[in-house]
Design a protein around this ligand. Structure first.
Ligand SMILES: NC(=O)c1ccc[n+]([C@@H]2O[C@H](COP(=O)([O-])OP(=O)(O)OC[C@H]3O[C@@H](n4cnc5c(N)ncnc54)[C@H](O)[C@@H]3O)[C@@H](O)[C@H]2O)c1
Length: 434
């Protein structure tokens, strides 16, 4: 089976490499020349555990290639996936579909023989039909069907999520499209991964509804965390007690600095816009977004209070910059909202991150001291802020830290440590909701 992946970012590259691993011949196309040059030179442009091996193996087997050209790959393709970005459109919160529609136009020009065009990008309800309209306009002779196959992989665990998914969602309108997609995903039958087949609109909405629901769980537990701080409860204990109920589930009940990343912020906002455009109410999602923004602001206040009421003249050591561990993705990371606020109020920032420094240099204000070593970052600090729960930060040597810090204040925005353990090292502990 010949597969083309349009867009070779976090989703396109992982999906393309995994489909190649399933046995398909995959061509990954991207407009970013630099990215394709890197890939053709055997370098992986993003940090995703295991991706270098997977890509290397499938390139060597001749099943995976990279190009900036749509032709001739599209002419020979059975399935063409659109996996380009759908960021928030400036000004109105809607998903920006310019990259999707541009890809659709370019695909249309090269179609030959029956082809299924599949939206893998997260797109508003109705987009697959728009793609079909654009392709038909551009190439009235083309023999094609559109389908929707939203992606649920998580950065940091993308490969295992892709090859062992909880479910595969297929939005289709024709038997021939369903047949080809089922054939592509056939290796998953071995592990009995559920293949959920539905219409285009439902498939498109499954993705937004799932992300909004998970974001809601996070905002919910963050509100409970704030209540915990008022009433003397520990949110970790509360979340555990809730999560033991199978109906609630323990996942996504970790209080913290608010959700970030390349999906939840933009997808919750886009879902709200979709609802508004259709005159439907979506108040829970609206509240989720508001609570998340407030949570980031609360974290700034928490750090300020830990510092005795003012950041001015204080040095803050920040551990972790990416929105979560095991990725270099900085899109909408809480650090991007919190750190500039501390700097504005006069704090000096020293920062460490195993993968996110390069991108942080681009996105965060100048003047931050980035260190390669955790203990060098912490030396001389008035407070340590644990921003992202990388494994490297889970076993800090507090005896060593004690000797080099200026102030013994530990702000644990991920509730990684037990308060009494940190207090035992002579540090003041500030967690979230405890
Ligand atoms: N990142 C995630 O964890 C994740 C998970 C599930 C779904 N998604 C969704 O998948 C989509 C892609 O996300 P991503 O994180 O991979 O984005 P990304 O920015 O990492 O990658 C998108 C790529 O598309 C390329 N591109 C743009 N226009 C193009 C065109 N016309 N032709 C060829 N290439 C083009 C860009 O150069 C870029 O390399 C988004 O809709 C996102 O919401 C992302």
């Amino acid at each position: 089976m010949n597969v083309v992946m349009i867009g070779s970012g976090y989703v396109g590259l992982v999906s393309g490499a995994c489909f190649a691993e399933f046995g398909a011949n995959v061509t990954c196309v991207d407009v970013d020349k630099n990215k394709i040059e890197q890939l053709n030179a055997g370098q992986i442009p993003i940090y995703e555990p295991g991706l270098d091996d997977l890509v290397g193996r499938n390139v060597a087997a001749g099943r995976l290639t990279f190009t900036t050209e749509y032709s001739p790959a599209i002419e020979n393709a059975d399935l063409v996936f659109i996996a380009v970005g759908t960021p928030t459109r400036r000004g109105d919160g809607h998903a920006d579909l310019v990259y999707v529609y541009d890809a659709a136009r370019q695909i249309a020009r090269h179609l030959s023989g029956f082809t299924v065009i599949v939206d893998k990008s997260t797109v508003p309800v109705g987009t697959a039909r728009q793609v079909a309209r654009i392709v038909r306009e551009e190439n009235p002779e083309a023999d094609f069907d559109v389908a929707s196959n939203p992606e649920f992989l998580r950065e940091g665990a993308a490969i295992s999520d892709f090859i062992r998914p909880d479910r595969v969602v297929l939005g289709v309108e024709s038997e021939r499209a369903e047949k080809l997609l089922r054939e592509l995903y056939r290796p998953l039958n071995l592990i009995e991964a559920p293949i959920h087949v539905t219409n285009l609109e439902s498939a498109e909405l499954v993705k937004y509804a799932s992300n909004a629901f998970l974001a809601t769980k996070i905002s919910f537990i963050n509100e409970i965390a704030n209540l915990c701080e008022h009433v003397g409860a520990d949110v970790n204990a509360v979340a555990k007690g809730m999560g033991l109920d199978g109906r609630v589930g323990k996942k996504f009940l970790h209080a913290g600095p608010g959700y970030g990343g390349s999906c939840f912020p933009k997808d919750t906002t886009a879902l709200l816009r979709i609802a508004q455009e259709h005159g439907a109410s979506c108040r829970i999602v609206e509240a989720t977004i508001e609570v998340n923004a407030a949570q980031k602001a609360r974290m700034v206040k928490k750090i300020r209070e830990a510092l005795g009421g003012s950041e001015s003249g204080k040095t803050v050591a920040v551990l972790g910059l990416t929105f979560k561990p095991e990725t270099d993705d900085m899109r909408d990371a809480p650090s991007l909202a919190i750190i500039p606020n501390l700097i504005d109020k006069g704090a000096t920032i020293r920062a460490h991150d195993p993968q996110g420094v390069e991108e942080s240099r681009r996105l965060l204000p100048d003047g931050i001291t980035y260190c390669d070593d955790i203990y060098e970052t912490i030396a001389g600090a008035d407070a340590i802020v644990l921003m992202t729960e990388w494994n490297e930060y889970r076993g800090l040597d507090f005896a060593r830290i004690s000797e080099s810090v200026n102030g013994k204040i530990f702000v644990d925005l991920r509730n990684v440590y037990e308060p009494d353990v940190i207090a035992g090292h002579g540090f003041e502990y500030h967690g979230v909701g405890r």
